[in-house]
Design a protein around this ligand. Structure first.
Ligand SMILES: *Cc1c(COP(=O)(O)O)cnc(C)c1O
Length: 368
């Protein structure tokens, strides 16, 4: 048994470095604020853990955003005091909660907006909305330009308690469409048409999420864009580097670390023995034969992290080779100092494991 294993810590566990989260948020907020762009800090990726969400507030996010009302309510009850932005287009069944707990919501349907107005009247409240324009990514938003302008005029002129706070768009989520000068300029142009019809400036023109950050880094963001809704780019800073080729050295990638314990170490063949059928998840796998190699079995599985190929081993020489519901298999043949039975291995992660691990109440969260 490894000396460093504390008997009072349960594994697998998720170690969250609050200071590093804070520093990442601060960097993104500063970079964007300098260019007149406010930040809605998106907390849905880590299930809105209050201690982590608080770092978003301390680091200066102007809004706190989530796609789920239960998370917004949780943070409000925790005592977090910032304007809350509801990201997912509202369900009829949550309009009451949205008016009660969220200051701002993203919208695309006239019928829903009319119901928000009714609910505002019965609660005696006002509510701000950002109308979403679909620029081709084909998830949420009004696709037709004339319909979009009409919707804005309807909110402005006919819904007394619903304030037309601004317009926005979402890119890169379903259609994987890249935010560009051209598509975001189209949003700005339509925003300006709306402004000329309502005789005032809109407060917010929200130009997307993490995938819009490269335009800021490159100094190419259209001038009228004055808000982004950012989650992933703040938390892990991995995708921007891996997929976009941006140097993210100044951002911490080890904000969230999965720690799991080794329960078996054996030399085994790299190709399974016998007829290959389907694995535990109904897929027919293929294997490369690299002879006999040393491997470790860890007590953590798909039920905890979802996808093993979105985990990144911290220790040099450790290579992930597969997983099942409750096990993770790693190759340790190339490690300089070989891990021992009972050792704890750490893994950095991309977005999907962060989502699964933070949601799982049986995984302890340790803050450092
Ligand atoms: C999730 C979400 C975001 C944030 O996306 P990231 O890639 O995590 O920055 C922004 N806007 C909307 C509408 C979202 O649903």
């Amino acid at each position: 048994m490894n000396q460093k294993t504390y008997s009072d810590i349960k594994y697998p566990m998720l170690e969250i470095n609050l200071k590093k989260v804070y520093e990442n948020v601060r960097k993104i907020v500063e970079m964007c604020n300098q260019r007149g762009i406010s930040i809605a800090g998106v907390v849905k990726g880590f299930n809105a853990i209050p201690e982590v969400s608080l770092q978003f507030v301390h680091a200066g996010c102007q809004y706190i955003a989530s796609s789920r009302m239960d998370q917004i309510i949780k943070l409000k009850e925790y005592g977090l005091n910032k304007p809350f932005m509801m990201l997912r287009i509202p369900m009829f069944s949550e309009i009451k909660e949205i008016v009660k707990f969220a200051h701002i919501s993203l919208n695309s349907e006239m019928e829903t907006l009319n119901m928000i107005q009714k609910e505002c009247e019965s609660q005696g409240k006002n509510h701000k909305v950002i109308l979403m324009l679909d620029l081709g990514d084909l998830r949420e938003g009004v696709f037709d330009k004339a319909e979009f302008i009409n919707l804005a005029i309807h909110v402005e002129n006919h819904l007394r308690n619903v304030e037309l706070y601004g317009v926005g768009t979402n890119l890169g989520c379903y259609g994987a469409i890249v935010p560009t000068i051209e598509n975001l300029r189209r949003l700005c142009n339509i925003a300006e048409i709306i402004e000329s019809k309502i005789n005032r400036k809109l407060d917010i023109i929200s130009g997307g999420a993490t995938s819009s950050l490269p335009l800021i880094i490159d100094g190419k963001m259209p001038k009228r864009i004055n808000n982004l809704r950012v989650g992933e780019g703040i938390l892990l800073a991995e995708d921007l580097e891996k997929f976009w080729g941006y140097d993210m050295k100044h951002m911490h990638k080890d904000t969230f670390i999965l720690k799991a314990q080794i329960v078996e170490i054996k030399n085994k063949p790299t190709h399974p023995i016998g007829k290959v059928f389907i694995d535990a998840f109904g897929r027919k796998p293929t294997y490369e034969d690299n002879g006999i190699r040393k491997r470790a079995l860890l007590a953590v599985g798909k039920q905890d992290f979802g996808l093993h190929d979105k985990l990144i081993p911290q220790k040099q020489g450790v290579k992930i080779i597969g997983s099942s519901s409750d096990h993770l298999i790693v190759d340790i043949e190339d490690c300089d100092i070989e891990p021992k039975l009972g050792d704890i291995l750490g893994f950095l992660m991309y977005y999907p494991p962060m989502m699964y691990l933070t949601e799982n109440s049986s995984i302890p969260k340790i803050f450092i």
